[in-house]
Design a protein around this ligand. Sequence first.
Ligand SMILES: CNc1ncnc2c1ncn2[C@@H]1O[C@H](COP(=O)(O)O)[C@@H](O)[C@H]1O
Length: 385
Amino acid sequence: MATTDNDAVDEDFVRALPKAELHAHLSGSISPLVLQELWKPKRASGQCLELEDPLTAIRQGEGFVDVISFFPLFDRYIYTLVDDVQAVEYVTGRVLQDFKDDGVGYLELRTTPREHVASGMTKEAYVAAVNRKLRQWNESQALHDSKDSVAQHTGMVARLLLSIDRRMTAEQADAVVDLAIKYMYPAMGLPSEAEDDEADEKGGRPTVDLNESRPVPVENGFVVGLDLCGNPLKGDVSIFTPAFKRAKRHGLGITIHTAEVPQSSTSAELSTILSWAPDRLGHVINVPQEHFKIIEERKPALELCLSCNVLTGLTSGGFAKHHFGQWCKTDCAIALSTDDVGIFGSPLSHEYLLAAKHFDLPRAALVELSKSAARASFGGRPVQL
Ligand SMILES: CNc1ncnc2c1ncn2[C@@H]1O[C@H](COP(=O)(O)O)[C@@H](O)[C@H]1O
């Protein structure tokens, strides 16, 4: 995109800017209108009578949720509406379309494998449904997506991350890793060029231990990474060390929700997370100086979510005081991200607009930001937006 610094950053510019979205939770990205489409027929058949209309239940904007009221929204509300395989496929398709309509060229959608006993949906059926929708989506976009036309292609490439919830047991987390390996995007298991070169210098290639049992991968898997998410006031992350180390050995990218609240920003928790050698960190709000320095040196990419943090009160002082301003001064790549656009109502283009407005960024800086997000993708395919 040709730009001059004198051009104003406006809605048209940020919408047209090709963007990579790396931190988007599937269930939190469903628009209230789509939730209402599921709510209406349930209501008409006498189900979910206790659930308010999504258009009034989810009031996108300041003061609607805080860290206490936010997480139950999923368990008590959204999951009651998206409760079978058909609904999961449907909402996934709508979420993909919404991101594309906002000018996203590369999307990593993340989701927690979830079961629903009454509808017979197992965790694997859930992952298979999301993965199926991604396959259909990527096939439909391939029409516009060839090696020679990457720069101008109008399609959106979609990949998947599976999430471990902080409330899970170590065994449940292991089962998520099994699913991630089974539904892994084929190119992920291969060493990168840099790893290859390093291995050549050391006289050997990195390998996965062949004796380690691993699920047989499906064809057309799209999982490129593993995430740790969930209520930061719950759980002990140290029980997930084997799960994240195994995922890493199998070539999956690793991204961790980090230091979202002061209670989860202890030295012990941060040291544990950093011992997993994460490729990316999400939120990184309350990072103590000691760990700030380590992150600055190791340079994992950072997924920063302005609206989410400000609207939930995870940060104070409004947008202008968001820690984006601090991390920008480091060499860490930054991926502006939406987190839960269905709840916060701020699409990725709007996050770029907010960054421009509150941090006085010209067009060229936004182009650089979008490129740095693309470079931080787990992709399995070179991303050139
Ligand atoms: C401050 N923002 C956040 N911090 C931590 N975890 C979050 C989150 N926003 C969403 N999730 C996690 O994503 C799940 C919903 O999407 P999926 O059902 O997995 O697609 C939530 O249950 C929560 O665990």
